[in-house]
Design a protein. Sequence first.
Length: 257
Amino acid sequence: MSPELLLEKLLRSGSKERLAHFYIFQGRGLDSEAQKEWAKTFVRRYWSEIEKRKTLPKDILNDSDLLWVRPWDEEEQDLRDEYVVADLKALTTFLGYRSLGGQRRFVVLEEMHRLSATVANRMLKILEEPHGDVTYLGLNPMGVKLLPTIESRALSHALAWPTKILSTPLVTELQTKMQGDYPLTRFLEDAKKSWSLEDLLKQLLAYEQQNDGPIALKQELLTLVKGRQKAQIFNQGAGPQLQGLYVYLTHRFRSGR
């Protein structure tokens, strides 16, 4: 089902007062920003079309009936690799209040693939005590498997966008060279002259998404992506820092998959 049709389906459920308590929307690797915009659109349309709210803020995130939860590091001004328990503090406060107008409230859980086991278990306790006026929208853009106890409490929907990327310059070059005896070490050293690590990983993610590759490879690539800023491997020599990327590329392009 396309994102547009899924949006209409959930709005119809809302019009019949049949929204579930908790949804998880599964992506395929490159859907993080698109999922966020989709969630904002759904919440705005629900309030304007179903509840007939006359006024909504220009930025829907400023509405007090919407809480956006994410693993944000204030000091680094960036997303952390994993959620920490403190990220749920605002949620606990939010659940202690009710909408002034008695309307439905929404909690968007961003980047659910970053949930640590500790935070997931804490989240589970919150979900076990549902608030009738709150619907949770969980965004899992990487589509990775979450704790079964979390997934069992949610309705899961695919929420991914098709890509027009048939290949990428770097992937095409890599595929060609790795058919022969071109050393992977030399390829990565050459790549450092033309590509940032971020661009390299972005192209590989795009390739995996369009080819619907094995989930194990996507998870391995996700691990590389999560560590890209801390590793800063393209500012260093091609040594142990590149080991994970060596393993991924060798397996992906020499396995025949």
